[in-house]
Write a protein that binds this ligand. Structure first.
Ligand SMILES: Cc1ncc(COP(=O)(O)O)c(C=O)c1O
Length: 436
C-alpha cells in the first residue's frame, strides 16, 4: 500500500503547470520530430557533432568565433588544470586563484576600463549586481524586452526593497515617462541589453545615457551577445556608442564568443570592491572553474592580436553568404547585427518537421516554438560560427531549398506586408525570450 507524500502532491501540481503542459504536449504530439533535450555523443574537430547516431554540422552554437575548438584555448584549460586542479575550493570572498585577477585585469585592459569583476555566468552577474546596486530608496527601470536574467535580477532587488518599473522597448521617450512616473527616487538603475539577440536591435544608448545623467540614472547594459563579435576588437556595443563607461556598467559574456565560462561586469576599482561586498551570488556562490580563467586570458590575447580581424572577417563572410542564400530562396529571415538568423516557419508541427528535415540532411538548427515565440510564430534559428566551412554554409542553403519542396514556408514575395509584420512580431517577442 503506498501512502501519498507531500512530494507526490508537488509532482501533481507541477504537472498541471501551464508551461509544463505545453512542453509535454509538444513532446508527445510530435515525438519523432521533437529535437529537444538532445544528447551530443561526440564533438568533431570543426563544427560537426554526433547526435542520435548521426554526424551533423552544428548550426546551434553560440561559440561564434569558433574558439571552443581552438587548440590554444584547449591547451590553456589543460595548463590551468595542471596549475590549479579542478576547483578553487571556496567562495572568492575567501580567496581567488591568481588567474582570476589576471583575467579581470586583462579584460579591463582589452575593454579600456579600470577594472572588471568576473561571475560564474552572466545570469549570476545580473542576479548579483542588480540587487547589489539598487537598495530601498532606488528604482530599477528596465526595457520591457530586457533579458530574463535582468528581469529576475530586478525582482531580487525588489525583494530587497527597491522599486521596479519598465519602459517601452528602445524608446528614450518611454524611459523619460517612466522615470517621471517613479519619482522620487535616490537613484535609477536603467537596465537594457546591449544588443537584442533575436532582432539584432541595438538600443539608442547615447540618448538613454543623456536621460540617465540628467535624471539621476546609471546605465546597466547586458552586452552578452555583443562580447567578442561586435565593436572594435570585439569590445561590444557600448564604448563606440557612449565614448566612455563613465556613467555605465557593462556586463559581458565569457561563454558565448569567448567559448570559456562566466560573465563579467566593467567597473572602477572602488566599484569592484563594493560589488564584492554587495553581490550575494559572488559571496555565497562558487567561482568560475580556475582552468577556464587561464583560457579567458588566452582568448583576450587572441582578441587583442592581428588574428582577430581575420576571425571576424570569416564570420561576417559566412553570415553574409547565408543571409544572401536564404533571401535568394525568398524565405522570411530576420537577422541583425549578430551571427544569428531566424527563418520564419509559423505552425508548430511544421517548425519541428523543418528542424527534423534539416537534421536528416545533416544540419542541426534549432526549432523555436511557443512560448519562446508567439503561438504559430515558430522559427528555425541558425547560428553562424567562424569555423564553419564554405561547404557547410552552401550545404545548409541547399538543404533549405530542399525544405521548401517539403513544407510550405512563408515567402517574402507572397505577402510582403504580412512578412514584415511576422518579422516585427517575432523580433519583438523573441528579444528576451529565446535563450542564448
Ligand atoms: C542578454 C543575455 N543575458 C544573459 C544571458 C545568459 O548568459 P549566461 O548563460 O552566461 O548565464 C544570455 C544568454 O543567452 C543573454 O543573451
Amino acid at each position: 500500500m503506498s501512502t501519498k507524500l507531500p512530494i507526490d502532491k508537488l509532482m501533481q501540481a507541477l504537472k498541471q503547470n501551464t508551461l509544463v503542459r505545453i512542453f509535454e504536449g509538444f513532446e508527445n504530439t510530435y515525438r519523432d520530430d521533437h529535437l529537444k533535450d538532445l544528447v551530443v555523443d561526440e564533438m568533431g574537430a570543426g563544427r560537426d557533432m554526433v547526435v542520435k547516431g548521426r554526424r551533423v554540422t552544428n548550426f546551434g552554437s553560440d561559440s561564434f568565433l569558433g574558439l571552443d575548438r581552438d587548440p590554444r584555448v584547449i591547451q590553456a584549460i589543460h595548463r590551468g588544470l595542471d596549475r590549479w586542479g579542478s576547483h578553487n575550493g571556496a567562495s572568492r570572498a575567501f580567496a581567488s586563484v591568481r588567474s582570476n585577477l589576471e583575467a579581470e585585469e586583462k579584460l579591463a585592459d582589452w575593454l579600456g576600463v579600470e577594472s572588471t569583476l568576473i561571475y560564474p555566468s552572466v545570469t549570476l552577474a545580473n542576479h548579483g549586481a542588480i540587487p547589489g546596486f539598487a537598495g530601498r530608496k532606488d528604482v530599477v527601470v528596465m526595457d520591457e524586452l530586457a533579458h530574463n536574467s535582468i528581469q529576475e535580477g530586478a525582482r531580487l532587488a525588489q525583494a530587497g526593497g527597491a522599486r521596479i518599473a519598465t519602459f517601452a522597448h528602445n524608446s528614450p521617450e518611454g524611459l523619460e515617462q517612466t522615470l517621471q512616473k517613479v519619482k522620487p527616487y535616490r537613484l535609477a538603475l536603467i537596465c537594457i541589453d546591449g544588443v537584442y539577440s533575436m532582432s539584432g536591435a541595438i538600443p539608442p544608448m547615447k540618448a538613454f545615457n543623456e536621460i540617465a545623467i540628467s535624471r539621476d540614472g546609471v546605465l546597466y547594459i547586458d552586452d552578452a551577445h555583443g562580447t567578442g563579435v561586435l565593436g572594435e576588437r570585439g569590445r561590444g556595443t557600448v564604448l563606440e556608442a557612449l565614448g566612455s563607461y563613465d556613467n555605465a556598467f557593462v556586463v559581458g559574456s565569457l561563454s558565448k564568443a569567448f567559448s570559456c565560462a562566466g560573465g563579467f561586469i566593467t567597473c572602477s576599482r572602488l566599484f569592484q570592491k563594493l560589488l564584492k561586498m554587495r553581490s550575494n551570488t559572488y559571496i555565497f556562490g562558487g567561482p568560475v572553474v580556475p582552468a577556464y580563467l587561464d583560457a579567458i586570458c588566452t582568448v583576450v590575447d587572441i582578441l587583442q592580436s592581428e588574428e582577430y580581424s581575420v576571425l571576424r572577417a570569416r564570420l561576417d563572410r559566412h553570415v553574409q553568404r547565408l543571409s544572401r542564400g536564404l533571401a535568394d530562396l525568398d524565405l522570411v529571415v530576420s537577422s541583425g547585427t549578430t551571427p544569428i538568423l531566424s527563418v520564419s516557419v509559423g505552425d508548430e508541427a511544421d517548425t519541428l518537421k523543418a528542424g527534423r528535415f534539416l537534421f536528416d540532411q545533416g544540419f542541426y538548427v534549432q526549432s523555436v516554438l511557443f512560448p519562446a515565440v508567439p503561438y504559430h510564430g515558430g522559427v528555425i534559428r541558425v547560428q553562424c560560427n567562424a569555423n564553419h566551412t564554405d561547404t557547410e554554409i552552401n550545404g545548409l542553403i541547399a538543404a533549405f531549398e530542399a525544405l521548401k519542396q517539403v513544407i510550405r514556408l512563408p515567402l517574402k514575395s507572397q505577402a510582403p506586408g504580412a512578412t514584415a509584420q511576422i518579422v516585427r512580431q517575432v523580433n519583438a517577442y523573441c528579444a528576451d525570450k529565446v535563450a542564448g
